[in-house]
Design a protein around this ligand. Structure first.
Ligand SMILES: Cc1cc2nc3c(=O)[nH]c(=O)nc-3n(C[C@H](O)[C@H](O)[C@H](O)COP(=O)(O)OP(=O)(O)OC[C@H]3O[C@@H](n4cnc5c(N)ncnc54)[C@H](O)[C@@H]3O)c2cc1C
Length: 397
């Protein structure tokens, strides 16, 4: 079994890593400060530099300005970008836009591609993905979907209530999941709507545990009689749940890789601290309890890398259905390890770790969402158990 990366990916990874270290990480605090006043000069300059360096939207096909990388290549680069919470945005690879680009590429009409996909790929606009609804609507269980799209002439009329649309308020368009029939498998469809269309009401930004950063602001929307034209549907009527899975499995892996990048950076920062800091007559790194935290986290990150790459490899082999439980395993493992690494990073740095002089406290607050967003731990555990009990989990390497 050959675990080495192809030469072109190794070279790309080095270029993204250097760009992160030399250009983005030194300016990350400036970008975060500018975001508080909604000024994005530093971010835009870096985005222009990423374009100039040929590292813009590497996940896209070449005709859309990308490098035509497969999911494996994306994972390699996204891990580097994840080292900073602003990294993915600089390369136009952040959620939810990256997953939305992927979905539009595969399913949108030519009119939607021209109107929304092209400017999204260029970084001129952002987008939102509206699946989740407040109770009793769709959440961990998407079959609770209550937003409706009712046939009207050659189009539809959309009514419903959504929340947790990341980046929804600033978005130019929204991908909305709505009920178009009663069948649990084929009763949902996805539509692309103008964020500012008549009937789209932005109710509020939901106050959440983590401070807002760039598009990571959670919108709540009400849709009242929003008119949807015939070319605004993605795929065919009734394909909503199937498309959601198609979008979510690769998007889940890209989340995992960004989270692994952040975990890796945090653990490297721990390494630097425990090698220098002395306590009880020796360096922290010489205390076995510290060594255990370092080793446990290094093992967890390594496992996360392997699980994610294995699943990406399955997707590249065309084993999309079989990959699903493996993507659930990876997502659960990486979301938990990210929380654990950051918790331990705070612990190993003591009072300094708890302070806002270091980023761990803020990162930890953001990381906690990883165990809920994109399906909570328990649902992914349920998927793994279900497939194991049906004897479908037999593709272990
Ligand atoms: C920061 C953040 C960003 C998000 N961004 C988006 C976005 O852009 N677009 C979007 O559509 N959604 C988004 N979401 C929503 C997210 O996908 C949902 O929160 C998630 O799917 C869970 O749904 P829910 O919140 O309705 O929880 P509920 O369905 O109310 O579930 C509550 C809890 O019940 C438990 N539970 C549920 N089912 C089971 C089960 N089968 N067995 C055992 N326990 C179970 C779990 O512990 C779960 O956390 C985001 C969420 C967060 C936190």
């Amino acid at each position: 079994m050959d675990f080495s990366l192809p030469a072109h990916l190794q070279s790309l990874r080095s270029r993204v890593r250097d760009f992160m270290e030399q250009r983005i990480i030194p300016l990350e605090t400036t970008i975060i400060e500018e975001d508080k006043t909604q000024t994005y000069d530093t971010l835009r300059n870096l985005q222009a530099a990423a374009k100039g360096a040929g590292l813009w939207t590497p996940h896209l096909p070449e005709e859309f300005g990308g490098l035509g990388l497969g999911i494996m290549g994306m994972c390699v680069l996204f891990r580097e970008m994840g080292r900073s919470p602003v990294g993915a945005r600089v390369f136009n690879c952040d959620a939810p836009d990256q997953g939305n680009m992927d979905l539009l590429l595969k399913t949108a009409s030519p009119a939607i591609k021209e109107r929304w996909l092209a400017p999204l790929c260029a970084g001129d606009i952002t987008s939102g993905f509206c699946m989740t609804e407040p109770a009793p609507g769709a959440g961990a269980d998407p079959s609770n979907l209550s937003t409706t799209a009712t046939r009207d002439g050659d189009g539809w009329v959309l009514n419903g209530h959504k929340w947790y649309t990341t980046g929804g308020n600033a978005a130019s368009f929204l991908i909305v999941m709505a009920r178009t029939g009663e069948d649990p498998r084929s009763g949902a469809s996805m539509f692309v709507i103008d964020r500012h269309a008549p009937g789209v009401e932005h109710m509020r930004e939901i106050p959440v545990m983590a401070p807002p950063l760039l598009v990571h602001r959670e919108a709540e929307f009400r849709f009242t009689d929003v008119r949807v034209g015939p070319d605004q549907i993605l795929g065919q009527e009734g394909e909503g749940f199937m498309l959601a899975q198609k979008r979510l499995v690769p998007a889940r892996l890209t989340h995992c890789m960004r989270w692994l990048g952040q975990a890796d950076r945090a653990l490297q920062m721990c390494r630097e601290y425990v090698i220098e800091r002395r306590s009880f007559g020796r360096r922290l790194a010489e205390h076995q309890l510290i060594q255990k935290m370092i080793a446990d986290n290094a093992v967890a990150i390594h496992m996360g890398n392997l699980m994610t790459f294995h699943c990406a490899w399955m997707l590249e082999q065309g084993a999309g259905r079989e990959a699903r439980p493996y993507s659930s395993m990876a997502k659960n493992h990486v979301a938990r390890l990210l929380c654990q690494v950051l918790d331990d990073a705070i612990q190993m740095h003591g009072g300094l770790g708890y302070s806002d002089d270091l980023p761990f406290a803020t990162w930890y607050r953001g990381a906690r969402a990883a165990r809920i967003a994109d399906g909570p731990d328990e649902v992914h555990t349920m998927v793994v158990a279900r497939d194991f009990l049906k004897n479908r989990l037999n593709l272990l390497v």
